[in-house]
Write a protein that binds this ligand. Structure first.
Ligand code: SF4
Length: 177
């Protein structure tokens, strides 16, 4: 007598992501974990341009203690940094240097424009001036702007917290066209 052959159960194949759709498919949990790690371990570049840099230095010192937010490890090499804090007037002479430092920073990377000079030229903006960039976004994409002349250390801390929120959401800065 022939054995009874039962039909094999049908198992759905694992869903395959078409190649054209791959750039738009994200593994949400992994992305969220990576973004949370990035947001809570920011390494700013040791980099000051003018008077606002004094306030930035104060933030790294004991009274304000930026280490509480995971962002106190200022790096002496652009290759080890992931945040560029523009702290001071951006002279035209510094433009190529800033571009080179930005290009040396590994991705993903972020920037903060600290103070009126880095937002739109601040007190040095007047018709026909030729000495400064009227905003850090003429050079690199800016993620967070902090107004003030200079902004207080608390304002820089608020800016870093705002940047952490943006990184956790996966948002990016915009460059001026
Ligand atoms: S915003 Fe004010 S304090 Fe900051 S670099 Fe410019 S002039 Fe100096």
């Amino acid at each position: 007598m022939d054995p009874v052959r039962l039909p094999l159960p049908v198992v759905d194949a694992a869903p395959v992501v078409p190649a054209v759709a791959k750039p738009f498919v994200h593994f949400a949990v992994l992305d969220d974990l990576l973004n949370a790690a990035r947001a809570n371990s920011l390494w700013p570049l040791t980099f000051g341009l003018a008077c606002c840099a004094i306030e930035m230095m104060a933030v790294g010192a004991s009274k304000y203690d930026l280490d509480r937010f995971g962002a106190g490890v200022f790096r002496p090499s652009a290759r080890q940094a992931d945040v560029m804090i523009f702290a001071g007037t951006i002279s035209r002479k510094m433009g190529p240097v800033i571009k080179q430092l930005w290009d040396q920073m590994p991705s993903p990377k972020w920037s903060i424009a600290m103070g009126g000079c880095t937002i739109d030229g601040g007190p040095f903006k007047y018709p026909n001036q030729y000495a400064i960039y009227e905003g850090a976004d003429h050079l690199v994409p800016v993620d967070v702007y902090i107004p003030g002349c200079p902004p207080r250390p608390e304002a820089l801390i608020a800016g870093i917290l705002r940047l952490q929120e943006k990184i956790k959401k996966g948002e990016k800065g915009d460059a001026r066209p």
